[in-house]
Design a protein around this ligand. Structure first.
Ligand code: CTP
Length: 418
């Protein structure tokens, strides 16, 4: 593949060197187009040596070949990493004041941008509006990672690791979207654009008394990754977040998703059903308590020395997923569930998952093995996606984002056309 690697001027420009090497190692021809300020961070010889191609950011170099047109027209994929706030702004307004922005106007291939900047700059409405504009035009803007920034500060704004950028960019190139289609049809080009999706994430808490609860170990990472992937693919997203820290959903909120915070299974059920009334897809990734204490007292339960505590009586919670699958609040709605299984003497993880798919009636069920170091709280996941009959339709393993994209791939195959 012929890839143009745009590099704008941020400290993360050094990671573009690693990305370049990675893409070259995978056999792609890469031409680097830095902005003038990128060259203050990394010198042209580094890019030239690693790409084996000339490096310039100037429109007035090699004018006879009309580079800004030739480069854009000949590319199969454009990746801009890092994309600074300034670059996003110039791209969103269609400026053509250097070789990179001019090339962005002439490219008709998929374009992927990986922003990197300080959290304040990323969250500023001006930047968010630019990102929204670019996404509407079919540019795939990757969410920045959260973590350590240039100084001692942390938050969303970090450039994702080069491996992650390469994976997403090559994925996007493989399936589109093509900006040419987006530009000519003047409509968003993400494969979930125009879709409304509801994702639940996290673990519910069932009150025993005002200070104690029955909870579970779900970290919510898979659900947040699902919501983020849907957003990146153009969907309108509502995340029903059961007991997630604000930091875990900050990037998602910044990218325009609606986040509804809930605590108990009953609250989660209300919020999910409210969103589901107008949703094309509902994904139940939350770990919902099957039982709640009957009639939790309003006052704290006191310890009485020498007297055994009263047993906690449990009553069953409604199964939100099974209800949605049965009732179909909206015609053609796709309902997706998760099954966290350990496997036991009565059956393997997959056998339990298949039985659950048939029992719950969801269109798709992502079955994953959980246990110490597997599934809960980890950054990677292994899932087998089965359909309502229990037949395997896909498998995915890797980061929770990889799994999320695999699930949306499976959803897009069965969601009815708009
Ligand atoms: N779920 C739900 N409402 C509940 C319990 C679970 O919507 N009250 C959903 C979860 O969000 C998940 C799926 O059902 O998508 C599977 O949940 P899981 O707890 O694994 O299944 P259970 O039906 O509780 O079966 P078991 O605990 O016996 O394995």
């Amino acid at each position: 593949m012929r890839i143009l690697l745009g590099v704008s001027g941020g400290i993360a420009a050094y990671k573009a060197v690693l990305l370049l090497r990675l893409l070259r190692e995978q056999g792609h021809a890469v031409r680097v187009i830095p902005t003038a300020s990128a060259l203050r961070f990394v010198g042209a010889p580094t890019f030239e040596a690693l790409s084996g191609e000339p490096v310039t950011g100037e429109v007035f170099d090699d004018v006879s070949r009309v580079q800004h047109v030739a480069l854009g027209q000949g590319a199969d994929l454009v990746v801009v990493a890092p994309a600074t706030a300034d670059l996003l702004s110039r791209a969103a307004t269609g400026r053509a004041d250097d070789l990179l922005t001019s090339t962005l106007l002439t490219a008709r291939c998929p374009v992927v941008m990986a922003p990197a900047m300080h959290t304040e700059m990323w969250e500023h409405p001006a930047t968010q509006a630019n990102v929204a504009t670019l996404r509407e035009r079919g540019v795939h803007v990757i969410e920045p990672a959260s973590g350590r920034l240039t100084g001692a500060d942390t938050g969303p704004g970090r450039l994702p690791e080069p491996e992650e950028i390469a994976r997403i960019a090559l994925d996007v190139a493989a399936r589109g979207p093509h900006t040419s289609a987006a530009v000519s049809a003047m409509k968003p080009a993400g494969d979930l654009s125009g879709r409304r999706v509801v994702v639940s994430a996290g673990g519910t808490r069932e009150a025993i008394d005002p200070v104690r609860f029955i909870g579970n170990r779900s970290s919510g990472k898979q659900g947040v990754a699902l919501a983020q992937a849907a957003r990146d693919r153009g969907a309108d997203v509502v995340l029903v977040a059961a007991n997630l820290e604000a930091a875990a959903t900050a990037a998602l909120r910044a990218s325009g998703a609606k986040v509804v915070d809930v605590e108990s299974a009953a609250q989660l059920r209300d919020a999910v059903r409210q969103g589901a009334a107008s949703a094309d897809v509902v994904v139940m990734a939350a770990a919902v308590a099957d039982f709640r204490p009957a009639g939790a007292p309003e006052a704290k339960i006191k310890k009485v020395p020498g007297r055994a505590p009263a047993p906690i009586e449990l009553v069953e919670n409604p199964d939100v997923l099974a209800e949605l699958a049965r009732e179909r609040l909206r015609p053609g709605q796709v309902v997706v569930g998760f099954a966290a299984e350990t496997g036991d003497e009565t059956g393997s993880v997959l056998e339990h998952g298949r039985a659950k798919a048939r029992r719950k009636g969801a269109d798709l069920l992502a079955v994953n093995a959980v246990g110490p170091g597997r599934g809960f709280g980890t950054d990677t996941n292994d899932v087998t996606i089965v359909d309502r009959a229990g037949d395997v339709v896909a498998t995915a393993h890797g980061t929770k984002r990889v799994v999320a994209d695999a699930l949306w791939d499976a959803v897009t195959k069965i969601v009815p056309a708009i």
